[in-house]
Design a protein around this ligand. Structure first.
Ligand code: SF4
Length: 406
């Protein structure tokens, strides 16, 4: 499908909006009340530090709501004002934050039902309004909604659109897109739908497997049938239909989900560059490799601030954000990689009752830990993912203050 032509025609449709409704001032007060925090503003003004009794809280110097999320949430609120009585749907959580999504439900914005991993659009009718979330929607979903006669409000972050443009460029020049991302994450699903031939790699280890396969054909050799079978078994659910590793790993372009770990994305880009350089030589590198870093600014800033924070002496870290939020999980990974006792929670209610916290360990299931705050003076680092409002961070800090005094 010519996704560029489809996007062009959609952008000219009267039933499509990606700029909001000019009601920013009208919704600003509601948004401020729901999501902003005086305590956090105070902390920012005080060098990102708060002392209360035996507790010192150190906030990362970049954390929480990013520009793209603020914009998406504001557009959703504007949509309700602009369409006061129409049915409004959203194709997925607007962002990965439970409190924001609960607010939208209270405003009677309905979420498209998902049955066994498949979205059920059967209830959506012509004339309904459908909001696309900050991390986008697949081109097939947009087509379906457009053909059904829905009004589409597209809050896709421009950083995500930039990734789509990148993979479309790969497609145009017959390069396979290697996408560093999580294969089931909505942003990566959407990005793959705009790509031509693609392969999703989760991490450096998977990227290495792909590079090993490429180098198996060095010097005129061919990968064995067993190597090919093992490769396809590993990546069967992470590639475009009909993917052939012997045909489709010759011209590669790298792109990434905007919220991956920046250092890993850079390393993966360098690994593919080195591999193609070795396989095809410097004179032909440009014919075989295209790199483009599509990690967004907000993700970079939050990860950089986290690296600075974990260099400080901390007794523990609390990382706040939705459990399916990719950028929050990577902040947690940074703390764990430094050996810091770190707890990923999604809401303030995860602290308590008593000196207990219920958190999600990296890659594990929710678990409760007693003896959460140690005795004596304690220094707690705090950060939050790009989908977490300041109000939630404030509530976590207030819980910590109360607990430290009990
Ligand atoms: S994390 Fe980045 S890509 Fe995602 S919404 Fe925020 S600014 Fe946009």
């Amino acid at each position: 499908m010519d996704t560029r032509a489809f996007k062009r025609s959609l952008h000219h449709s009267e039933r499509y909006n990606r700029r909001g409704f000019g009601l920013g001032d009208e919704v600003a007060g509601t948004l401020e009340q729901a999501y902003q925090s005086d305590l956090i503003a105070e902390l920012r003004a005080n060098g990102y530090e708060l002392r209360d009794g035996r507790l010192t809280v150190r906030l990362a110097e970049a954390f929480g709501f990013c520009w793209g999320v603020e914009r998406a949430v504001a557009m959703a609120y504007e949509t309700r004002r602009h369409y006061p009585s129409e049915r409004i749907w959203i194709t997925n959580e607007i962002i990965h934050n439970p409190s924001v999504n609960d607010h939208l439900r209270e405003m009677n914005v309905q979420f498209i039902a998902v049955e066994q991993g498949v979205k059920d659009f059967s209830e959506v009718a012509s004339g309904d309004v459908v909001i696309l979330p900050a991390f986008g929607a697949t081109v097939q979903e947009m087509q379906l909604l457009n053909e059904r006669g829905c009004h589409i409000v597209d809050t896709t972050c421009p950083w995500v659109s930039k990734v789509w443009n990148t993979v479309e460029k790969h497609k145009k020049h017959a390069f396979t897109s290697i996408i560093h991302g999580k294969v089931k994450h909505e942003e990566t699903l959407a990005t793959s739908s705009f790509a031509g031939t693609y392969l999703v790699v989760l991490d450096l280890a998977e990227a290495q497997l792909v590079c090993d396969y490429i180098l198996a054909s060095e010097g005129g050799a061919s990968p064995s049938a067993a190597q090919r079978e093992a490769f396809m078994a590993r990546f069967a659910k992470a590639c475009s239909p009909g993917f052939d590793p012997d045909r489709d790993l010759i011209r590669l372009g790298v792109a990434n989900q905007t919220t991956m770990l920046k250092s890993e994305t850079e390393e993966i880009g360098r690994l593919f560059e080195r591999t193609m350089l070795r396989r095809y030589g410097p004179a032909e590198l440009n014919e075989h490799f295209l790199a483009f870093n599509t990690i967004c600014d907000a993700t970079q800033e939050r990860q950089d601030a986290m690296f600075a924070l974990v260099d400080e002496p901390l007794d523990l870290m609390v990382v706040i954000g939705g459990y399916n939020s990719s950028n929050t999980t990577h902040l947690q990974e940074i703390a764990i990689s430094r050996g810091i006792r770190s707890f990923h929670i999604d809401t303030p209610e995860r602290i308590g009752p008593g000196n207990r916290i219920t958190h999600k360990p990296l890659g594990g299931e929710l678990e409760s830990v007693d003896g959460f705050l140690p005795e004596g003076a304690i220094r707690v680092g705090i950060t939050s993912g790009a989908s977490t409002p300041d109000r939630v961070v404030e509530d976590v800090i207030r819980q910590l203050i109360t607990l430290s005094k009990s």
